[in-house]
Design a protein around this ligand. Structure first.
Ligand code: UD2
Ligand code: MN
Length: 561
C-alpha cells in the first residue's frame, strides 16, 4: 500500500537478481545408463594420498598491503586430479562453436572464451589475507556435491567439476552428483562419469532445478550436501570453512562469497566482502566486525551455492517440489530455514566464482513470467503471512495467477512449528525498514471503476476520471495506515457489524471505526475484521465477511505521482 514498503519487499522477493553484483580419486568402473546412477562410490573419509592443495605463489606488490595470491593448479604428478578413463579432449571437441556462430547465443555467455580457457586455470585467491591462516579440525565430514544443469556448455561444466576436484581435499569429496535436467545431448553428462567420483542422473523430462536438486540430494551418500551451479569455479580452501560451520551446528546453512566470472572474457573477479547477496552489510554489523574471517549472518541466500546437512535438509522439507524450472526457491528455503529453527551464513573465507548472466539461455515451458510468479507466489503464500500483501503490491500482475495447491507446504509449516514472518522480520531482518506511516496517494480501482466519495454519506464506484496528477479529489485517496483519507475526512464504518455502510467522517486516528489495513488485495477494517465490499451492481459499499478472492473486495491501489 505504500511505495516504500513495496520497494522493501521487492528487495526481498525480486530485486536481488537485478541488484546482485553478485558471487570438489582413484580407479573406478564407470557404467552409464540414462535415468540411472552411473559411477562408483568410495568410502567416505578414505585417504587419497597427499592433499591436492593448490600450490601458491605469493606476489607481494609494493603498492598493496594485501599480498596477491595466485592459486596454481597442482600438477598431476604431485597428486593432482585423477581423471580415470575420461578423455577430456574428445569430450570438449565433441561440441564446439562453429565458425561464424554467435558465441553468446546458446549459453548467454561467451562460449568461445570459455572453450579457449581450458579446464584448469589459475585464479586469484580472492579471500582476505587473514583467511589463509585459519585452521580447521582434522576430521571434517565429507560431502556430496550436487550440480544440476540443463544444456550447460561442456567447457564450463567440466571446469566446475575439475575446480572442485583440484581445490578440495580429496577425502572431503564423497562424490559429485550431476543431475542432467533433460539436456538435449545425454552424453554431456554420461561421458563425465568416467571421471572418478562423478555420478550422473538424467531426468526423463524437464523438471527444473528445484526437483532436480531434490533428486540429486536423494541419492547423496554423504551426510552433508553441497549445491553448485553448473558454471562455477571454486577457489582455494573453499570447502573447509563451510563443512566446519555445518559440522559444529547442523542447523546452519552456509554459503560462500560468490565471486564474479565475467560472461564476456571469463576473468575471475573478486566480489566485495561487504556484500551479503544483494545488499551492503548493515553498518552496525559492519562496525561490530573486528575479524574479517568471521561468518556473516544473512536473511536470504543467493540460492545456487550452499552447504547444508542432509538430515536437516530432509527434516525441513527439502524444497517445494511444486516449483518449476527456476526462481523463488532461494526465498522459500531462506524463510523456511530461519523461521523453522536454523540459520543462514555467508562465510567470507570461502569463495566460489560464478558466471552471472543477463538472460536465461533456456526455455521455460510455461513461460518465464508465469513460472516465476507461480514459484514466488507459493513462497509468499506459505511463508509471508499478512506481509504477502507487500509482495502483491510489488507485483500486482501476480494476483489471480495460478500457483497450485500449497496445503502440503502449510502442513509442513505447522508440523515444524515454525515462527511467524513477523518474527523473521523482527529477529533476522530488523534493518528492513517497513515504514508504518508513509502516506501514499492512490486511487482505489476495482475492475475499470474507482472508489469515489460525494459528501460524507455517499460513497460508490464511478468511472475512473483522471490521469497523472490531474485526479479528481473525489477519487483520490491517501493511504496512511490505519487511515484512508480524503483531505480531513476519513473512510469509516457506520457500525461494527457485517453489512454496515461505510461513510466519510472527520479523521481521528484513535477512532476504531476508521482503522483499516490491507489484507491481500482487500481492505480490512482492523477492529471488526470485516472487509470493504462494493456490493455490485448497486452498492453502496459496505463491510462484509472477508473473501479477498471476490472481485467486489479486491481494491487495486494505483499510485498517483
Ligand atoms: C540464481 C542461483 C540459482 C538459483 C536461481 C533461482 C546462484 C549463483 N545462482 O540464478 O542457483 O537459485 O537463482 O532459482 O546463486 N537449471 C536446471 N534446470 C532448469 C533450469 C536451470 O537444472 O530447468 C540449472 C542451470 O543449468 C544452473 C542452475 O540450475 O546450473 C541455476 O540456473 P541459472 O544458472 O540459470 O540461475 P542463476 O545463476 O541465474
Ligand atoms: Mn547460475
Amino acid at each position: 500500500m505504500r511505495r516504500i514498503r513495496a520497494n522493501a519487499i521487492a528487495i526481498l522477493t525480486v530485486a536481488w537478481i537485478l541488484g546482485t553484483l553478485y558471487y570438489l580419486w582413484q580407479d573406478n568402473k564407470p557404467h552409464a545408463s540414462p535415468s540411472s546412477v552411473s559411477q562408483t562410490r568410495t568410502a567416505a573419509g578414505k585417504s587419497h594420498g597427499p592433499r591436492a592443495a593448490a600450490g601458491r605463489v605469493e606476489i607481494h606488490r609494493d603498492d598493496r598491503t594485501i599480498p596477491l595470491i595466485v592459486t596454481r593448479p597442482p600438477r598431476a604428478e604431485h597428486g593432482g586430479v585423477q581423471m580415470g578413463r575420461f578423455d577430456e579432449k574428445a569430450y570438449l571437441s565433441g561440441k564446439q562453436l562453429k565458425a561464424g556462430d554467435d558465441p553468446y547465443r546458446e549459453h548467454a555467455f561467451n562460449l568461445q572464451e570459455s572453450d579457449r580457457l581450458g579446464s584448469e586455470r589459475a585464479i586469484r585467491d580472492t579471500r582476505h589475507y587473514r583467511c589463509a591462516s585459519v585452521t580447521f579440525g582434522p576430521d571434517l565430514p565429507p560431502t556430496s556435491v550436487i550440480i544440476t544443469f540443463h544444456n550447460e556448455a561442456r567447457s564450463t561444466l567440466l571446469r566446475t567439476i575439475k575446480s572442485v576436484l583440484l581445490r578440495s581435499p580429496p577425502s572431503l569429496i564423497q562424490e559429485i552428483i550431476l543431475v542432467d535436467d533433460f539436456s538435449t545431448d545425454p552424453e554431456d553428462c554420461q561421458l563425465l562419469t568416467q571421471i572418478p567420483k562423478v555420478l550422473c542422473l538424467r531426468n526423463e523430462r524437464r523438471e527444473g532445478l528445484i526437483r532436480s536438486r531434490v533428486r540429486g540430494a536423494g541419492v547423496a551418500s554423504a551426510s552433508i550436501l553441497t549445491f553448485l551451479d553448473s558454471h562455477c569455479e571454486v577457489n582455494t580452501d573453499w570447502l573447509q570453512p563451510m563443512l566446519q560451520r555445518v559440522k559444529e551446528d547442523h542447523t546452519r546453512v552456509v554459503s560462500p562469497i560468490i565471486d564474479v566470472i565475467s560472461l564476456d572474457n571469463f576473468a575471475y573477479l573478486a566480489a566485495s566482502a561487504d556484500l551479503r547477496g544483494w545488499e551492503q552489510i548493515p553498518i552496525e554489523q559492519k562496525m561490530a566486525r573486528t575479524d574479517p574471517t568471521q561468518p556473516i549472518r544473512t536473511p536470504v541466500i543467493a540460492g545456487g551455492i550452499f552447504v547444508m546437512d542432509k538430515s536437516w535438509f530432509n527434516h525441513l522439507g527439502q524444497y517445494d517440489t511444486h516449483m518449476d524450472i527456476w526462481g523463488g526457491e532461494n526465498f522459500e528455503l531462506s524463510f523456511r530455514v530461519w523461521m523453522c529453527g536454523g540459520s543462514l551464513e555467508i562465510l567470507p573465507c570461502s569463495r566460489v566464482g560464478h558466471v552471472f548472466r543477463k538472460r536465461h539461455p533456456y526455455d521455460f515451458p510455461e513461460g518465464n513470467a508465469l513460472t516465476y510468479i507461480k514459484n514466488t507466489r507459493r513462497a509468499a503464500e506459505v511463508w509471508m503471512d499478512d506481509y504477502k500483501q507487500y509482495y502483491y503490491l510489488a507485483r500486482p500482475s501476480a494476483q489471480g495467477k495460478s500457483f497450485g495447491s500449497i496445503s502440503d507446504r502449510l502442513a509442513l509449516r505447522r508440523k515444524l512449528n515454525c515462527n511467524s514472518f513477523r518474527w523473521y522480520l523482527e529477529n533476522v531482518y530488523p534493518e528492513l525498514k517497513i515504514p508504518q506511516q508513509e502516506p501514499v496517494s492512490s486511487m482505489l480501482k476495482q475492475g475499470g471503476l474507482c472508489l469515489e466519495s460525494h459528501g460524507t454519506e455517499s460513497l460508490g464506484l464511478g468511472e475512473c476520471k483522471g490521469s497523472g496528477a490531474l485526479w479528481p479529489q473525489s477519487q483520490k485517496w491517501t493511504l496512511a495506515e490505519p487511515l484512508i483519507r480524503q483531505q480531513d475526512l476519513c473512510l469509516a464504518i457506520a457500525a461494527f457489524s457485517s453489512g454496515s455502510k461505510v461513510r466519510m467522517e472527520p479523521c481521528n486516528p484513535k477512532d476504531g471505526k476508521q482503522k483499516w489495513r490491507p489484507k491481500g488485495p482487500a481492505l480490512q477494517h482492523a477492529v471488526s475484521g470485516l472487509c470493504l465490499d462494493s456490493q455490485p451492481p448497486t452498492g453502496p459499499p459496505v463491510i462484509a465477511q472477508c473473501r479477498p478472492q471476490l472481485a467486489s473486495q479486491s481494491w487495486e491501489p494505483q499510485l498517483l505521482t
